[in-house]
Write a protein of this length. Structure first.
Length: 102
């Protein structure tokens, strides 16, 4: 079983979603607690944003992404970094900014 954590900013990401997308995202959060690897894909460099080691999940017919990191070294933790639109890769930039700010 994995513990789910998230960046504080993810709360406002969720508030911006329509109800159907919100429900789908929250459903994935529950799946991450069981097996986050099965419900996500590895990220690589995105337009010169180094997101190696992070993962993504497509939601809302692939118009939104959940960006997460799975940590297995000491404890099993899923850390949700961002939830947002893929359009013009906005969510990748937001995730990168949040990661490098911490």
């Amino acid at each position: 079983m994995y513990k789910l954590k998230h960046f504080d900013e993810v709360e406002s990401d969720l508030d911006a979603l329509d109800e159907q997308t919100y429900d789908e995202v929250v459903g994935y959060f529950e799946k991450y607690k069981i097996n986050p690897i099965a419900y996500s894909q590895p990220l690589h460099e995105q337009d010169k944003l180094d997101l190696r080691g992070y993962r993504k999940t497509y939601v809302a017919n692939a118009t939104y992404r959940i960006i997460l990191k799975v940590q297995n070294d000491i404890a099993q933790i899923v850390h949700v970094v961002a939830v947002g639109e893929r359009d013009q890769k906005k969510v990748y930039l937001e995730a990168f900014l949040r990661i490098t700010k911490k």
